[in-house]
Design a protein around this ligand. Structure first.
Ligand code: MIC
Ligand code: SF4
Length: 642
């Protein structure tokens, strides 16, 4: 039987485990990336492992999230990242150089390589045929040190594309159609591969938009074949030597196949508050818009922003709409500036932001109260924009541009026809904002500069076979890491200060949770299906650990968050019978018996001392993860086994 594209890359990088369902596989990692909001922690962890230099082919530290410098914290963290990167052998992409995923696609990602990044949208590089996976900071630290990265061996999904997109229908509409079909938990445990005749009609940035938002499916990653289009993109980036043709075998077998006829797609929008709440834009035409934000790692390429510039050229943004645009990289911004498109955007009334994540992570541009914000981004979780009662719609750049002119959600296929923007034959190459690391012989002289915002990491308490703990919180399905550990401009500067972050844990669901947890000095969180979906932030595990959480009992978990819980030493338990969640309530005193057996695959019983109810739970982890939990987390495990 032939292999899928992902299976070929996995086979070429397999260092541990077997490639069959139910097994955990360890992969050799060629490249890593970090961003600043998760990177400080990842490098502190790398240092705590006692390692001197990275052992990957390439590691890059980006600064793109915490760029609003209100107070010393972010600037201190940037300085720490710059100096630690220099010392340990990591390239440093300076603030202003762009969003990690866009810059990595332009300058570093390679077909056939493995990449892990401490950011859930690392699969963006799947657009170029790279096996790119989002991970927690600790996993990235281990990979930087040359250790394998482990994933449950994934199932294979094929999205077979046919036809070609109609004018004004875009790559964003493709992934929104996939989200409508599969839902935010439909991709858990799967790698989504794109194939079929329709692939050739999509450029690399369009493919990257699709693989980027595969994160919202919960998928391990998403990937496109590497073909002549890939070669042309790499050549235009001055990197033709990085080209490697790659495709699935013709007789490869997939666990699931989804057919999408690109020619039949129409503009779509993900309505508040979930990326899979997808409706046709034309069905939302009466929705009045207060704000439009264009950018993010999903939709901020040169062609995306040129399309927006052409739609806005010579027009004025509706007076009731605030339009902001953050180009994905300095390369994009400088091209728009050189060809005059930037002037068209400015003249139309756009507020130009620096090349960074910006509004996507609540770093400014929060909408007005109860405002409607159209965003070309990838997440519209409640409160993520910084305005709790705002409604965020995720749309394509074409829909965003059409709507900011009318003031209402507008189907861009109703606009006059426009020639599509051609991919440049050569991008201007200037890597002067990417600092090279010191050589091995010079590294000793580099001083790592740390600010007072860096606080010690919390450590796990040892697990006991029987544990009596209160239920500190009970939440429903699809809880995101933005619920568990919110971001935004006020909180993000404290990403290396866990005690401070703890004050905001579960703020959106229950503001009293942190105090209650600290007073209880130990407890359990009960959650529904797909608990921990969304970002890779390990803070969503480290902060509950600091607050005394010993176990999370859920109907099911999102992949990265479950790995993060294990990595910090929190027990992830799943209901054997999902309906049993109804038997538990906030404040119940829960007795877990047989915890040690659960680590070896046995069922654990949890008895509610108040109601007398007993529920069966299992701990669905690998033998390696059981050792990590016994050691008190991945840091301790790595230090003891190294
Ligand atoms: C996000 O989009 O939620 C983030 C901010 O990029 C996160 C990482 C983080 O929380 O720092 C992600 O997607 O992993
Ligand atoms: Fe940045 Fe938003 Fe992309 Fe996360 S999703 S990396 S915050 S642009």
């Amino acid at each position: 039987m032939g292999q899928t594209l992902a299976q070929k890359i996995i086979a070429a990088h397999l260092v541990d485990g077997e490639m069959r369902p139910g097994c955990e596989v360890g992969l050799r990692i060629d490249q890593t990336l970090t961003q600043d909001a998760t990177g400080t922690m990842a490098y502190l962890e790398f240092e705590a492992m006692g390692l001197a230099r990275v052992r990957t082919e390439l590691s890059v530290a980006y600064v793109d999230h915490n760029t609003l410098q209100s107070g010393f914290m972010n600037a201190d963290d940037h300085r720490y990242l710059r100096t630690v990167a220099k010392k340990i052998g990591v390239r440093y992409s300076r603030p202003g150089n762009g969003i990690c995923h866009q810059v990595h696609l332009e300058r570093f990602a390679r077909p056939g390589k493995t990449l892990i990044g401490s950011d859930s949208h690392t699969p963006t590089a799947g657009g170029i045929g790279c096996l790119a996976i989002g991970a927690g900071g600790l996993d990235v630290a281990v990979a930087m040190g040359g250790g394998a990265y482990y994933i449950p061996y994934p199932k294979a999904t094929l999205v077979r594309l046919s036809g070609a997109l109609r004018p004004m229908v875009s790559a964003k509409d493709v992934i929104l159609a996939v989200l409508r079909e599969m839902s935010v938990k439909g991709g858990v445990g799967k790698i989504v591969e794109y194939g079929g005749d329709g692939v050739k009609a999509l450029s690399v940035p369009q493919r990257a938009t699709i693989t980027n938002m595969g994160a919202e499916l919960g998928a391990t990653t998403s990937i496109f074949p590497s073909d002549e289009t890939t070669r042309a993109f790499l050549k235009a980036q001055g990197r033709e030597a990085d080209y490697l043709p790659l495709a699935a075998d013709a007789d490869a077998e997939y666990d699931e196949v989804i057919e999408i006829d690109l020619s039949a797609l129409e503009p779509l929008a993900a309505c508040p508050h979930s990326p899979d709440n997808v409706k046709p834009v034309k069905s939302l035409a009466m929705t009045k818009v207060d704000q439009v934000c264009i950018g993010s790692c999903t939709n901020s390429s040169y062609t995306d922003l040129m399309t927006v510039a052409e739609i806005l050229r010579g027009k004025t943004v509706c007076p009731e709409v605030s339009l902001s645009i953050a180009p994905g990289s300095r390369q994009v911004l400088s091209m728009l500036s050189a060809n005059g498109a930037l002037t068209a955007l400015i003249d139309a009334g756009a507020r130009i932001l620096e090349s960074a994540c910006g509004p996507c992570i609540g770093m400014g541009q929060s909408p007005n109260s109860a405002g409607v914000s159209l965003r070309t981004f990838n997440r519209n979780f409640e409160g993520r924009s910084g305005t709790r009662d705002a409604g965020v719609y995720l749309v394509s750049p074409e829909t965003a541009a059409a709507s900011c002119l009318t003031g209402y959600l507008t189907d861009p296929t109703t606009l006059p026809a426009m020639a599509p923007i051609a991919m440049p034959e050569a991008f201007p190459i200037n890597d002067n904002m990417i600092d090279l690391p010191a050589s091995e012989s010079e590294a000793g002289a580099v001083e790592v500069l740390r600010g007072p915002n860096i606080k010690p990491l919390p450590t796990a308490r040892p697990l006991a076979d029987t544990m009596e703990l209160p239920c500190l919180l009970k939440v429903g399905d699809n809880i995101t890491t933005d619920h568990i550990m919110p971001a935004g401009s006020k909180i993000l500067p404290y990403r290396s200060n866990i005690p401070h972050l703890a004050n905001y844990c579960f703020e959106v669901c229950d503001p009293d949770f942190p105090q209650r947890a600290l007073e209880a000095n130990g407890g359990i969180i009960v959650g529904g299906a797909n608990y921990g979906q969304g970002s890779s932030r390990e803070h969503a595990a480290l902060v509950p650990l600091y607050l005394g959480v010993r176990a999370v009992v859920a109907v099911s978990f999102a992949r990265i968050h479950k790995a993060n819980l294990v990595n910090v030493g929190i027990l992830p338990l799943e209901f054997v019978n999902a309906a049993d969640i109804k038997k538990l309530a906030l404040g119940d005193v829960l007795v877990l018996s047989g915890v040690m057996g659960a680590l070896c695959g046995k069922t654990v019983t949890m008895t509610d001392k108040i109601t007398g109810a007993a529920v069966s739970l299992r701990c669905d982890i690998s033998a390696r993860q059981a050792k990590i939990l016994r050691a008190g987390g991945l840091l301790q495990y790595t230090c003891h086994t190294a």
